[in-house]
Design a binder for this molecule. Structure first.
Ligand SMILES: *Cc1c(COP(=O)(O)O)cnc(C)c1O
Length: 437
């Protein structure tokens, strides 16, 4: 079962991390990568293939990080790599119009009937930032409502009680965000409609939009309670505010049409990223033609990007979406992920450890300690020390999990039934030992 029968050496990763720490703050380019939440040091990856990654010391891991969500087809998918290779031979960037960006935009809107147009950008952060600018301009209002523990990238307006690394590092609100900017961000509790209603009570006419991760993925996976998303839709309609779904994770992950399709609720604006770039930097935001025509050059709302619609990034995204359209993997992904989640739950019980496993489609989180997690408050009851011990033991045994409790694991089309079974077996062994230790 052990993926590393020879004694695991991490010598090369250790050495490279020392160098990294001299040239990069914390040795990383994004904070959760530093492994601070799980102890130890980050592992440097040499290559990935399908569901497997190899580190620079030659160790092999079954990967559930999936680059934090983009890799729904697994690592180095043949068709995606070929599309990028071919695009690269034609030129890396033109700064002007080309066919692939049109085709990617068409592929997105064809799968998401609530979008008529999208604007392509370079990251989820950029997309969310521009989407609220558009919402503010379209409504002539300044405030936004966001949910504590939801993450919408690192633009100033969103770094107020944010999720993901901000939550993991215990600094959900960042210094450097001007108080004047933060003051326009009103906070509500995820899965608590009354708390969202309360944000409209004092000055509902000032709220431009409600932005939400329709399935929370950055406090660990927390699915929406029945009626929560529909309730937000009705609330926004009542007050003339826009509903913005941040589907950076869920878009093309929980269904081709994202969470909007899965839960049957139509947002006004949608924020995308991750899968639509197939592993290269792409983000997008979109909505009705009427809203999108507010953007420059048609309208007055400014938004631009030197590398936006980059041909390589669009080629990777387009190849990925074409694979998903050709053979929609969602039933099989859900089946595999369900087996994984149920196996992990059973392993917790067998080990006599309290906890739970939340899942929507192929995104899931194993929470240590709380018996159910339907809110940020319950997520915060998780025992991060226990998660860290579990993570270290899994890593040593050849299983690469996201290195923090408040993150989603991702199953890809490259994972096999056998991959899932051996993950469950290994987790069961490790959890039993965790409780003894
Ligand atoms: C990852 C993520 C973002 C930010 O995307 P980046 O490409 O990292 O800037 C925004 N929203 C959600 C829900 C995410 O998971």
């Amino acid at each position: 079962m052990n993926q590393n029968p020879k004694k695991t050496s991490l010598l090369r990763s250790r050495k490279l991390y020392e160098r990294a720490c001299r040239a990069l703050p914390g040795g990383v380019n994004s904070p959760v990568r530093a492994f601070a939440a799980v102890g130890g040091q980050p592992i440097f990856v040499e290559s990935g293939q399908g569901s497997i990654v190899f580190d620079i010391d030659g160790n092999r891991y079954l990967d559930y990080l999936g680059s934090w969500g983009p890799l729904i087809l697994g690592h180095a998918h043949r068709r995606v790599v070929e599309a990028v290779r071919q695009a690269a031979t034609r030129g890396l960037s033109f700064g002007t119009c080309h066919a692939t960006e049109v085709e990617l935009a068409e592929a997105i809107v064809r799968n998401m009937p609530h979008l008529q147009q999208v604007r392509l950008v370079n990251s989820g952060t950029e997309a969310a930032m521009a989407a609220i600018r558009l919402a503010r301009a379209a409504t002539g209002r300044s405030r936004i409502v966001k949910f504590k523990g939801c993450y919408h990238g690192h633009a100033d307006s969103f770094l107020v009680e944010a999720g993901s690394g901000a939550l993991t590092f215990g600094a959900p609100s960042s210094p450097g965000v001007a108080t004047a900017v933060a003051a326009d961000t009103l906070l509500a509790e995820y899965n608590d409609l009354a708390s969202a209603e309360a944000c409209f009570r004092t000055d509902g006419q000032a709220v431009a939009c409600v932005i939400v991760e329709p399935v929370a993925g950055n406090m660990g996976v927390v699915p929406p309670a029945p009626g929560f998303l529909a309730g937000l839709r009705a609330l926004c309609d009542r007050h003339g505010a826009l509903l913005v779904f941040d589907e950076v994770i869920t878009g093309f992950r929980v269904a081709q049409g994202g969470a909007a399709e899965l839960f049957g609720v139509r947002p006004d604006l949608t924020v995308l990223g991750k899968i639509i770039g197939g592993g290269l930097p792409v983000g997008a935001f979109g909505g009705s033609r009427e809203l999108m025509r507010e953007l420059a050059p048609l309208g007055p709302v400014y938004q631009a990007g030197t590398l936006s619609g980059n041909p390589l990034a669009c080629a990777a995204g387009l190849a990925t979406l074409r694979e998903l359209e050709k053979a929609p993997p969602y039933p099989r992904l859900a089946e595999l992920s369900k087996r994984l989640a149920e196996g992990l739950r059973a392993a917790l019980v067998a080990a006599g450890l309290p906890g739970c496993c939340n899942r929507t489609g192929s995104m899931l989180t194993l929470f240590f300690n709380p018996r159910q997690v339907r809110s940020l408050r319950e997520a915060r009851n998780a025992d991060c020390e226990q998660f860290a011990a579990f993570h270290r033991a899994m890593l040593k045994s050849g299983y690469y999990l996201p290195p923090a409790q408040f993150e989603s694991w991702f199953v890809s089309t490259a994972h096999t039934q056998k991959d899932i079974e051996r993950t469950v077996d290994m987790a069961a062994d490790i959890l039993r030992n965790l409780n003894l230790g």
